[in-house]
Design a protein around this ligand. Structure first.
Ligand code: ADP
Ligand code: MG
Length: 605
């Protein structure tokens, strides 16, 4: 039996034995030892930890969610000035000023993020470039406030009880960085992290799973901006004097290097990035003058040889070694587990399936009538199959039911309530799950994580509870992991739980999508050609699985070509041809219908 309490981040086994965690701990310990050996290193590592705090925040936005921003350095600058002005000009203490800086960084980041909800990523990059060029010149212009070129002088250092002086400051910074690391680890291993990943691959998969893309994006902007503001306050204290020319364009680019080359979307990425692109060049002073040239060359080398960054490359190396060790010892166990789980029933609680009424639905794409007055009724808890030649409008109908396309005419009601006009997120929230003709799994998350993501709309723990790993969040995570393991057993993929989804075969990905859909405990599941690409064994399993899902009460609508499968599972079959219903009835009826046969042979006019 697999333990239900393994972390979704670390996969199997104890987090402490994870080699990546071990390596990061050793690096941290070595850095602290070096830092306390003399003041040069203490200063160097003080700045390194400040950059690390900023970069960890940026990693959430750029690494996990994939939004490239050149403005992060400018947000650190905004935080630095907020703290400097509050302490020096208004006599605030360091900690209230730090809170102000954090909130200021957050507010600016949200403002900056608003256009990103609409603009394409390229235009957004331009907006952030403009922002990072405007901020330094604004600082000069707002002389009365910012001291112009002279800057703000005399920012105090933080103190906390016995932690005073430069060493105390460094320990405070370490504590902040460690806490932030922990919070980010909690978030990215949760539904929030999965949602960020999903948005990196576009909005469709995320929204089908119930993730509100504007909300999630604003969260990522707010979080990364808050980290930048916080780092800015520490930066101002470490520098004592803040001036506009510290925050050159190069400063903003530095964070991009740290995050993108360190390993975007990896917890340890910013740590590796800061060491490689800040600490190393500072130690090798000869290198410093040529930093931009070296950076450029390194960037080229990385994009060719290590596209997932330092942390990503190391992770893959470690995973490869672990996987081969596991393969050697685990083949027999795996075979036994598979035998035990094969055919295990879907034993979740009974669900009240939804009734679906499609009434006169039409859809025009420009001049093309993809759907022309389609009506059908799906009984609660039944399997309704839609068949039809390619291009007959089957996928379009699923897209309209799930809210991705607006209809041109007609109505769609679930248990009498109108669905059209509602967003995909609202429809997912109402208990409608779907799979895609081309599976939409998150390739670099594990199969287990992908499955857990299905529970997104069901989870109740708030971001705050998850970030701090409060009891409700922990309890919910344990339940969801157990459920995900169980459902992977049901679809026969329990042995692949720790594999990245991209390494699954096409057929396995389809079954994985069904497991993910079931995680939501939906009332209606829409499946687009679930049998395409499945092996004979997988096909049998799919047929059994669909019937088991029906016994739970869940309503199923599937688009399918595979005649044997349709005959095996369908309670009702609707045949579409060129956007209109050609026939409807039991599978025996429709497959005997001559018009249907003609349509499939391509003879119908
Ligand atoms: P099926 O899934 O039955 O093979 P689709 O629903 O994908 O068919 O497509 C039905 C028709 O609508 C096709 O002619 C297709 O080219 C067209 N179509 C589908 N989606 C779009 C779209 N987003 N824009 C324009 N035409 C589309
Ligand atoms: Mg289709």
């Amino acid at each position: 039996m697999k333990s239900a309490t393994v972390s979704p981040i670390a996969g199997r086994g104890s987090v402490l034995l994870d080699p990546m965690v071990l390596i990061c701990s050793l690096i941290a310990a070595a850095s602290v030892a070096i830092a306390f050996s003399n003041t040069f290193y203490l200063t160097l590592f003080t700045f390194a930890v400040i950059y690390l705090i900023a970069a960890m925040g940026m990693n959430v936005l750029t690494g996990y969610m994939g939004i490239i921003s050149i403005a992060h350095g400018a947000l650190v600058c905004v935080g630095a000035y907020a703290a400097a002005i509050a302490t020096v000009n208004y006599g605030w203490g360091f900690w209230p000023a730090t809170l102000l800086a954090t909130l200021t960084g957050m507010a600016f980041s949200i403002l900056l993020g608003l256009p990103a909800l609409r603009l394409s990523s390229w235009y957004f990059v331009l907006v952030t470039i403009a922002f990072s060029m405007v901020v330094p010149s604004m600082l000069v212009d707002l002389r009365a406030f910012t001291g112009g070129y002279g800057g703000v002088i005399g920012v105090p250092s933080p103190e906390l009880g016995p932690l005073t002086g430069q060493g105390g400051f460094f320990i405070i910074l370490l504590a902040f960085a460690a806490a932030l690391w922990w919070i980010i680890a909690n978030l990215v291993g949760s539904r929030f992290g999965f949602a960020l990943h999903a948005l990196r691959d576009g909005t469709v998969g995320a929204e089908a799973n119930g993730v509100s893309s504007p909300g999630m994006r604003l969260f990522a902007f707010a979080f990364s901006g808050a980290c930048a503001g916080l780092a800015g306050a520490f930066y101002a204290a470490a520098k004592v004097v803040v001036t506009p020319d510290e925050f050159s364009f190069e400063f903003s680019i530095l964070f991009l290097f740290i995050v993108v080359l360190g390993g975007p979307g990896r917890l340890a990425g910013p740590l590796f990035g800061v060491l490689a692109f800040f600490v190393l060049p500072e130690i090798m002073t000869g290198l410093r003058e040529y930093r931009m040239i070296v950076f450029g060359l390194v960037l080229l080398a990385f994009s060719v040889f290590m596209p997932s960054g330092l942390a990503g490359g190391l992770h893959e190396f470690l995973r490869g070694r672990r996987a081969s060790r596991r393969r050697a010892q685990g083949a027999k166990e795996a075979a036994e587990a598979a035998k035990a789980a094969a055919g295990s029933p879907v034993t979740a609680a009974q669900i009240e399936g939804a009734a679906l009424d499609v009434d006169g639905v039409s859809k025009n794409f420009g001049g093309l009538k993809a759907l022309d007055g389609v009506s059908l009724r799906v009984d609660p808890g039944s399997i309704h199959v839609i068949v039809g030649p390619n291009g007959s409008g089957k996928t379009t109908l699923l897209n309209i039911i799930s809210g991705f396309y607006p209809k041109s005419a007609g109505s769609i009601r679930m248990d009498g309530a109108e669905l059209t006009g509602r967003s995909p997120v609202a429809i997912a929230g109402a208990g409608v799950q779907r799979t895609f003709q081309t599976p939409k799994l998150l390739g670099d998350l594990t199969l287990l994580q992908n499955t857990c993501f299905g529970a997104y709309t069901r989870e109740r723990a708030t971001g705050f509870e998850i970030a701090l790993s409060l009891p409700r969040a922990r309890r919910e995570r344990t339940e969801i992991l157990a459920e995900a393991h169980r459902l992977l057993g049901v679809v026969g993929l329990q042995d692949h739980a720790d594999l990245p989804a991209s390494e699954l075969t096409h057929g396995q990905q389809r079954l994985a999508e069904i497991a993910r859909a079931l995680m939501a405990q939906p009332r209606l599941i829409l499946l687009d050609e679930p049998a395409a690409g499945l092996s004979m064994g997988e096909l049998d399993r799919l047929g059994d699985l669909l019937k088991e899902v029906r016994t739970l009460g869940i309503t199923l609508v599937l688009v399918e070509h595979h005649v044997d499968l349709v005959a095996n599972v369908a309670d009702h079959v609707t045949v579409l041809d060129r956007g209109a219903v050609l026939a409807s009835g039991t599978s025996a009826d429709v497959f005997r219908n001559e018009q249907v046969i003609a349509a499939y042979m391509g003879g119908a006019k």
